[in-house]
Design a protein around this ligand. Structure first.
Ligand SMILES: [Cu+2]
Length: 211
């Protein structure tokens, strides 16, 4: 009698264990199904954004212009400037080489014309708002092309970054649009006072901002 009770107990135990393990498997299967659904939704989303018609407005705002700077006034100063626009903000990264050690003025000038040997074909400072020359952000006024000074190390290498919502790349607003203008690097330092261009001396490098 005692033995049969033992058998029944063991049988009951076995059943309950197998039952539990079945439930566990069910739960695992459910989780897997849910994961697959999420993955499918994520794939659908990436497909949506790949279609230009469905892109949010800020994707359409992304623009880029790369400028190559060529030596002027027999200087040997070269470089590149990359402008990118994202959500109404333009980032400029300029990398220069061949400069003498120390500070040099860097501006945006009126015309994307670097044909002359002295760089003067690029015209005067780009100043679409008719302000006096000055330091960027100065209350007394400044040109939209008054980037400022860049400092070259002993190897003649210099970099400068600028981030502003006062420029745009090809938006058509003549007070903001940098397309069709030129980057000019000067031999001398911009004093932020002398009119109309900061007494920065000769033009040692020039590049048109075109797409
Ligand atoms: Cu200048």
């Amino acid at each position: 009698m005692k033995r049969s009770i033992l058998y029944i107990s063991i049988l009951a135990l076995c059943l309950s264990v197998s039952c539990k393990s079945d439930k566990k498997e069910d739960a695992t299967e459910n989780t897997e199904t849910t994961t697959t659904e999420v993955e499918t939704k994520a794939e659908d989303k990436s497909r949506e954004t790949a279609n230009p018609k469905d892109e949010p407005a800020y994707y359409a705002d992304k623009k880029k212009a790369t400028v190559t700077l060529d030596p002027k006034s027999n200087s040997g100063v070269s470089g590149s400037v990359v402008f990118t626009q994202d959500q109404g903000v333009v980032t400029m990264i300029a990398v220069l080489d061949g400069l003498s050690q120390g500070q040099h003025a860097i501006h945006i000038h009126e015309k994307a014309d670097c044909t002359s040997d002295d760089g003067k074909s690029a015209g005067g400072h780009w100043n679409p708002t008719g302000q006096p020359h000055g330091k960027w952000g100065d209350e007394a006024g400044y040109h939209k092309g008054d980037i400022g000074n860049v400092t070259a190390d002993a190897n003649g290498h210099a970099t400068i970054t600028m981030i502003t919502d006062q420029w745009c790349i090809g938006c058509g607003d003549e007070t903001k649009d940098i397309l069709g203008k030129a980057i000019i690097v000067h031999q001398g330092v911009d004093d932020f006072k002398s009119q109309p261009s900061g007494a920065a001396g000769s033009r040692v490098s020039c590049g048109g901002i075109i797409q």
